[in-house]
Design a protein around this ligand. Structure first.
Ligand SMILES: Cc1cc2nc3c(=O)[nH]c(=O)nc-3n(C[C@H](O)[C@H](O)[C@H](O)COP(=O)(O)O)c2cc1C
Length: 183
């Protein structure tokens, strides 16, 4: 891959909130996207994740309900997405748990965020739109999917063929966030 392709992909990825509900995502595409998540780095290679890929319309509706808020008018678009990937936190391995306690850092949050970045960039490379949903009802989703205890639902990543136009990124200026050599 030439570097320009990667930077173009980073620019292309955006949070899409409109999808073609009738266009299904082929299974081989979904498998490659999950593979990108599986290959993510993690603290002490703990890999504290599982992914539940849901395409069944009835289950998707229930997950969308558990990922949205009527009061805050949030995330109702999730209903349209033909695929939802529920990202589940698994118990970290011993070294990541001890290291995290010593440093006061919950490394799994970082690990799952990186996995989500891999997944959404892979989706963009496959010509799909995606949106990471952090507003999730952990208990409801665990119940809907029959997720065993001792695990936590952290994100719902919705995917599909986007009908959202490409937007310019709204970001802080580099001068606001970058320090060189010292603060
Ligand atoms: C951890 C996390 C949680 C997010 N949760 C939501 C969400 O619940 N609903 C939503 O519409 N977008 C959500 N987003 C998307 C952000 O709003 C979006 O990434 C940000 O505004 C930048 O826009 P862009 O992704 O189009 O570049 C989330 C993103 C991240 C990384």
């Amino acid at each position: 891959m030439i570097p320009e392709d990667f930077y173009a992909l980073v620019e292309q990825r955006q949070s899409d909130r409109k999808f073609d509900p009738d266009r299904t995502v082929p299974d081989d595409v979904l498998q490659r996207i999950i593979e990108a998540g599986r290959l993510s780095p993690s603290a002490c290679n703990s890999q504290p994740w599982s992914f539940v890929v849901v395409t069944d319309p009835a289950t998707r509706n229930r997950l969308a309900e558990a990922s949205s808020s009527r009061v805050l008018m949030m995330n109702h678009f999730t209903r349209q997405a033909p695929v939802q990937i529920i990202v589940v936190e698994e118990k970290a391995n011993f070294t990541a748990t001890i290291g995290g306690k010593m440093k006061g850092i919950h490394y799994a949050n970082i690990d799952l965020g990186i996995a989500a970045a891999h997944i959404t960039l892979a989706a963009a490379a496959e010509g799909l739109g995606s949106c990471i949903i952090g507003w999730v009802n952990d208990a409801k989703i665990r119940d809907i999917l029959g997720i065993p205890s001792g695990r936590r639902v952290v994100m719902n990543i919705v995917l599909g063929y986007s009908t959202d136009p490409h937007r310019l990124k709204k970001r802080k200026e580099t001068s606001e966030i970058l320090h060189r050599e010292k603060w």
